[in-house]
Design a binder for this molecule. Structure first.
Ligand code: PEP
Ligand code: MN
Length: 264
């Protein structure tokens, strides 16, 4: 079901009038994690003002260590929904377990599956039973075939609204957090009709590389971007501050992207 062989035309996922896939570019921006109602409100305002269409923010965080901040939980979903509605943005948030799929889908427009859960098959099966659009991140050591098979679980369950997200893979290089596999963008678009979104934030782990890689993704044909942005990334961010853009960088980037592709 994920293959182009059986579905030659690009899939377009229409979420409240925002069409993801095809020629338009969707930009999802926001903090790694929802922290306070004021924080998510202010960042939502900045995302909207810059021309973004989707507010990102994690309420359930898949942290590498058990003592790191794990997210606000359901309360954070409510704050993000309020901010999205106030500024006219769609919202995307990560869901980590099958039991939380329904509550996350109640509050968010798009569900994000993180790299660490790409092959959480119980979670994928559960996502197949709903219709909420899913952004499926590539596992950090997954081949294209494994990634597309993970998408297949969701599609086979009956949910056709799947987008794929390249967020960097594990290599021997340690300077960047991951190695951005730019070729994945056109390669997976040739193999599949599903929209492909690039995440230059997690792919590089370095703020100073995010803008170039965002533009490279769009030049390579990405259908959208998901980018971390924070009002105070170096001091108050609970996670991923070093890769989060400052609001003025985010706004400048979107202006430059508009020259490459029309925003949704
Ligand atoms: C995130 O988007 O904040 C995140 C945890 O991403 P990934 O699953 O790609 O590491
Ligand atoms: Mn993050």
């Amino acid at each position: 079901l994920a293959s182009r062989d059986f579905h030659p035309d690009d899939t377009i996922i229409d979420i409240k009038g925002v069409r993801i896939g095809g020629d338009n570019l969707v930009v999802m921006g926001g903090p790694c994690a929802v922290e306070t109602p004021e924080q998510i409100d202010e960042i939502a305002r900045l995302v909207k003002a810059a021309g973004g269409q989707v507010l990102r923010g994690g309420a359930f965080k898949p942290r590498t260590g058990p003592y790191s901040f794990q997210g606000i939980g359901v309360e954070g979903l409510k704050w993000m929904k309020d901010a999205g509605e106030k500024y006219g943005l769609l919202t995307i948030t990560e869901v980590m377990t099958p039991e939380y799929v329904d509550v996350c889908a109640e509050y968010a427009d798009i569900l994000q599956i993180g790299t660490r859960n790409m092959q959480n098959f119980d979670l994928l099966r559960k996502l197949g039973t709903i219709r909420t659009p899913v952004l499926l991140k590539r596992g950090m050591s997954a081949t294209y075939d494994e990634w597309l098979n993970a998408a297949e679980y969701i599609l086979a369950g009956g949910n056709p609204n799947v987008m794929l997200c390249e967020r960097g893979i594990r290599t021997f290089e340690t300077y960047t957090r991951n190695t951005f596999d730019l070729a994945a963008v056109p390669a997976v678009q040739q193999l599949s009709h599903l929209p492909v979104i690039a995440d230059p934030s997690h792919a590089t782990g370095r703020r100073e590389l995010v803008e170039s890689m965002a533009k490279a993704s769009v030049a390579a044909g990405a259908n959208g971007l998901i980018i971390e942005m924070h009002t105070d990334p170096d001091n108050s961010a609970t996670g991923d501050g070093v890769q989060s853009l400052f609001p003025d960088q985010f706004a400048r980037l979107l202006k430059e992207l508009e020259q490459l592709a029309p925003l949704c």
